[in-house]
Write a protein of this length. Structure first.
Lengths: 114, 112
C-alpha cells in the first residue's frame, strides 16, 4: 500500500452543492495530481499541484479547483455539482523532477451526486 | 494531447496460462509508460513501468515491452494465478505536468 491517504471515503451531495475532497501525499513527495474515474473507465487527469500552484490542467471546467498546502497535502473543490460529477476521485503523489510521472494513488473518494 | 488505446477490454485465461494486454499511444513525445492493477473498490496499484530508453523490463511474472517506432507497449503476465484477476490500465506520461493519460482498461479473469 502507498502512503497516500484521502478523505472522506464516500460522499453524497445534491446537484448544485459544493464539495471539498482532501489528499495527503506520500512522505517525500511534493507533487499531487487529481484524477476523476467514472464507472468502468480509466482515470482522467484533472490537474496537478506543485509548490502550491497549479502545474497543469486537463479538460475540466473552472468549477473544478484546487489547493496545495505547505505540507504538500491538497484539496479538490468542485462547485455547482452536476449529476455527471458522480465518480471516484483519486489523488496521486509523486516527487517532482525525473520521477514526476511515477505516481502513486490514494484509495479515492467516491462522490455520488443526486 | 495524448490518446491511449487498450486491447482487449476483457480477457479470460486458465490458471497457469499467460496473458497479454496491448496498448498504443499517439504522442511520440511520451516517454514513460506505467501499468496499474485495480481490484474492485480499490486504488490503482502501480505494478510495473518502463521508460522510453528501455525496450523491455521484467519483474518476476510480469514483463512490459515497448516499441517506440510503432508506438505500442504490452503487458505480459506469465503463470497467471486467480489473484491476478483485476482490471489492468496502461498509461502514457506527457505534457509539462507529466500527467498520465490512461487506456480504457482490461478486465482480466483467471479461471481456476
Amino acid at each position: 500500500e502507498t502512503g497516500v491517504t484521502q478523505s472522506p471515503t464516500h460522499l453524497i451531495k445534491t446537484r448544485g452543492q459544493q464539495v471539498t475532497l482532501r489528499c495527503s501525499s506520500q512522505s517525500g513527495h511534493n507533487t499531487v495530481s487529481w484524477y476523476q474515474q467514472a464507472l468502468g473507465q480509466g482515470p482522467q487527469f484533472i490537474f496537478q499541484y506543485y509548490r502550491e500552484e497549479e502545474n497543469g490542467r486537463g479538460n475540466f471546467p473552472p468549477r473544478f479547483s484546487g489547493l496545495q498546502f505547505p505540507n504538500y497535502s491538497s484539496e479538490l473543490n468542485v462547485n455547482a455539482l452536476e449529476l455527471d460529477d458522480s465518480a471516484l476521485y483519486l489523488c496521486a503523489s509523486s516527487q517532482a523532477g525525473v520521477r514526476t510521472d511515477t505516481q502513486y494513488f490514494g484509495p479515492g473518494t467516491r462522490l455520488t451526486v443526486l | 494531447g495524448e490518446n491511449v488505446e487498450q486491447h482487449p477490454s476483457t480477457l479470460s485465461v486458465q490458471e497457469g496460462d499467460s496473458a497479454v494486454i496491448k496498448c498504443t499511444y499517439s504522442d511520440s513525445a511520451s516517454n514513460y509508460f506505467p501499468w496499474y492493477k485495480q481490484e474492485l473498490g480499490k486504488r490503482p496499484q502501480l505494478i510495473i513501468d518502463i521508460r522510453s530508453n528501455v525496450g523491455e523490463k521484467k519483474d518476476q511474472r510480469i514483463a512490459v515491452t515497448l516499441n517506440k517506432t510503432a508506438k505500442h507497449f504490452s503487458l505480459h503476465i506469465t503463470e497467471t494465478q486467480p489473484e491476478d484477476s483485476a482490471v489492468y490500465f496502461c498509461a502514457a506520461s506527457w505534457g509539462s505536468a507529466r500527467q498520465l493519460t490512461f487506456g480504457s482498461g482490461t478486465q482480466l479473469t483467471v479461471l481456476p
